[in-house]
Design a protein around this ligand. Sequence first.
Ligand SMILES: [Zn+2]
Length: 286
Amino acid sequence: MSVLTKAIVENSVVVSAIESKDIVNRAIKVHSLSPVAAAAMGRALTMAALMGKEFKNKNDYLTVIIDGNGPLGKITVCADGAGHVKGDIVNPVAETVVKPDGHLDVGGAVGKDGTLTVIKDIGLKQPYVGTSRLVSGEIAQDFAYYFADSEQQPCGVTLGVGLNRKRCKSAGGVWVQILPNCPEDILNRVETIMYAMDEMSYQFDGSTAEQVIRRFFGEFDLNFTESVDVSYKCNCNKRKINRIVRSLGKEEAMSIVEEMGQIEVCCHFCGKKYIYDREETEKLFR
Ligand SMILES: [Zn+2]
């Protein structure tokens, strides 16, 4: 289980942090991710978890699409207001390239010739849609730029995924949001700390989100407001898949059954298989 913790710094900065190793390992298992895919998707899922905590209601829903035209293809991550995240990636086995400094080339694999799009559905008539261009494909920088550009929200984002062969050994992220009333001196000190926030996967190795917040912001007056569990969990169900199969139309659906013996629908987000034999397919169109 991953734990997300939130604290208010000096009544003028909101710091959210999450230790996300379990989420990343679940994604690696579901999608058989290559190391660079695990790093990219892990960072995106970590940020989705932090953003999902902003929601007031359990059913509020967030989708982030990162489309940088790189070898990984489009990355989609989702979060709800109840502490669940999930993700999908077009090419989970993209080749892993290591940069001369020893880090995985996540930016090169994601690509930066494209956009980051955020869709927030909070039960209004129309969902909120915001989009910005990608700046590096390294994910954290791209989110920070998105918030500044599309939501006029100055903030800092750091995300890290540490891997050991095909497993995630530590992962986490910190999101620092500056409130409008933040005094100049606090802002300057927080910015200095944010510049020093590096190698996030090491910071979360053996440390909880609260410990990481205390490590960086311990010099301030901290008010811890929340600590919640977040996990990788898909919300697919038979009813939703029924709708997809019905959308094929009776003729198309029955011709698949003729040819293949059954209809098999596999959920992209969790890998769960839904099987429709002849009888069940006919029932859908009755
Ligand atoms: Zn699913």
